[in-house]
Design a protein around this ligand. Structure first.
Ligand SMILES: Cc1cc2nc3c(=O)[nH]c(=O)nc-3n(C[C@H](O)[C@H](O)[C@H](O)COP(=O)(O)O)c2cc1C
Length: 288
């Protein structure tokens, strides 16, 4: 899936949420590539099956061809289109859709197109008017797209400051060795250092970074847990942080595949003792 032979690792390292876009239109060639991407069923296959849909909606001044204004409460400036995600509102579907949507985000980043995952700061009603929501589906996330503007607005910088976007948690807060009592030391992680680091660099809702990874003692598994932020998702009507877990899976897997580290996703809860009730098991990567 790599575009123009750009390294996935470099792409993941350079990606940042973009909220201010250049006024330049997206090129026809790029529109074609994006359309091809979202029409390809293969791109919606998550580790546990086929997940969701994505619709592309071009906009000018945030207004669609149908004349509908897509509201983002002033968070997004000069988007040239939106990509709108749709899936079912249950745990498995949301995690898996996070994985699918992050693959799209990486693909766009490789094209030089800016993205900003959005689960909260957009007007769902206006987006629902524009797309054809299928029975049983809802919109877990959207991203505006366009070419990044060199100079970001003061608003963008202030927002990055408020959500501490550049403050990614340190290894010892996120990654553990055999159990939740022992932090995982980078050097001990050996070949897994890079895939684990890619999880750390991923985007997450309000930059809460809820992922917690435990590398098993025998080094056969890397277990993925979520530490829910208390009360975070209540007002949204779905557990937005589950998307972050799918993002972590995507970042980890893309790094492994570039580094030729082979394995597969399994749900095999190791039933480890957890330090608090907010921590929940999601999935494991089993090394071959
Ligand atoms: C699931 C999810 C939902 C998000 N929702 C919003 C949002 O509603 N509005 C917004 O401005 N940013 C949103 N973000 C972007 C995060 O604030 C951003 O990823 C985080 O601050 C880290 O910054 P970075 O993406 O530049 O690494 C969301 C990110 C994720 C993964």
């Amino acid at each position: 899936m790599s575009v123009n032979n750009i390294s996935m690792l470099d792409t993941m390292r350079s990606r940042q949420s973009i909220r201010t876009f250049d006024t330049e239109a997206i090129s026809e060639e790029h529109f074609k590539q994006i359309n091809n991407y979202i029409e390809e069923e293969q791109n919606f296959v998550s580790p546990f099956g086929l997940r969701g849909y994505i619709e592309l909606i071009p906009v000018v001044n945030n207004v669609t061809d149908k004349g509908i204004k897509l509201g983002t409460y002033g968070f997004i400036k000069n988007p040239r289109a939106y990509l709108v995600g749709m899936t079912e509102n249950n745990k498995d579907a949301i995690v898996q859709f996070g994985y699918v949507f992050q693959k799209l985000v990486i693909f766009l980043t490789q094209l030089g197109i800016g993205t900003c995952w959005m689960g909260g700061t957009f007007n769902r009603n206006s987006f629902e008017k524009e797309i054809s929501l299928k029975e049983g589906q809802f919109i877990p996330c959207v991203t505006p797209i366009g070419y990044p503007k060199e100079k970001q607005r003061v608003f963008d910088k202030a927002l990055r400051f408020v959500v501490k976007a550049d403050n990614k948690k340190a290894w010892d807060k996120l990654f553990f060795d055999a159990n939740f009592e022992s932090p995982l030391v980078k050097e001990v992680a050996d070949t897994l250092q890079i895939p684990i680091e890619m999880v750390r660099l991923g985007p997450s809702a309000s930059n809460k970074q809820p992922w917690r990874l435990v590398l098993s003692k025998d080094r056969q598994f890397c277990h993925f847990y979520i530490e829910h932020t208390p009360n975070y998702s209540k007002s949204f009507g779905y557990d937005m942080q589950l998307l972050d877990m799918g993002i972590a899976m995507c970042q980890f897997e893309l790094a492994c595949s570039e580094l030729m580290i082979y394995g597969e996703w399994l749900k095999e809860n190791p039933a480890l003792a957890v330090p608090n009730n907010e921590i929940e098991y999601i999935v494991s990567w089993k090394f071959w």
